[in-house]
Design a protein around this ligand. Structure first.
Ligand SMILES: [Zn+2]
Length: 154
């Protein structure tokens, strides 16, 4: 799945999980037109959550509630430990490579971490829906899509 397909599918899941809602009359308008005021300028209602125009906010909520975000510190540390040794000999001490690197040059560490995460986004392994405040594995999102689109067909 490419990002466009992912977005389209997430949007259709969001439509399926929400209902058209007339805010002026404050009632659900299942047909897409409000029976009371005949408006078709409708919000989407997500039961237990609220109502708002569009489905972007629903997509965000579904993802936040159903998927675990990626701990970018953790995956960067794992990558470093796989690339280098887990411990590094400094004099007579065997120290954690990650800890030594962080302690010695925290700025360089953060820059490298940012570049690593950006690289994963470019490779379409990670995706963010909030400009980089949180990241998700694309394969997690794909499984969520598969599970939730299937349910609606069945
Ligand atoms: Zn209405």
């Amino acid at each position: 799945m490419d990002l466009n397909e992912i977005n389209t599918k997430l949007e259709s899941i969001a439509y399926n999980k929400s209902l058209p809602f007339c805010y002026s009359c404050y009632k659900v308008a299942r047909t897409g037109t409000c029976k009371s005021c005949h408006s078709d300028d409708l919000m989407r209602l997500l039961p237990d959550s609220g109502c708002e125009y569009g489905v972007d906010w629903i997509v965000k909520e579904l993802i936040e509630e159903n998927l675990e975000f990626v701990d970018s510190d953790e995956i960067f540390e794992q990558m470093i430990e796989e690339c280098y040794e887990e411990t590094t000999q400094v004099g007579f001490m065997k120290l954690s490579t990650v800890q030594v690197m962080k302690d010695q040059d925290p700025i360089c560490w953060d820059i490298a971490k940012g570049e690593y995460i950006d690289g994963l986004v470019e490779d379409e392994q990670l995706v963010t829906f909030d400009n980089g405040s949180s990241y998700y594995w694309i394969h997690d999102i794909e499984s969520y899509i598969d599970e939730n689109l299937e349910l609606e067909v069945a």
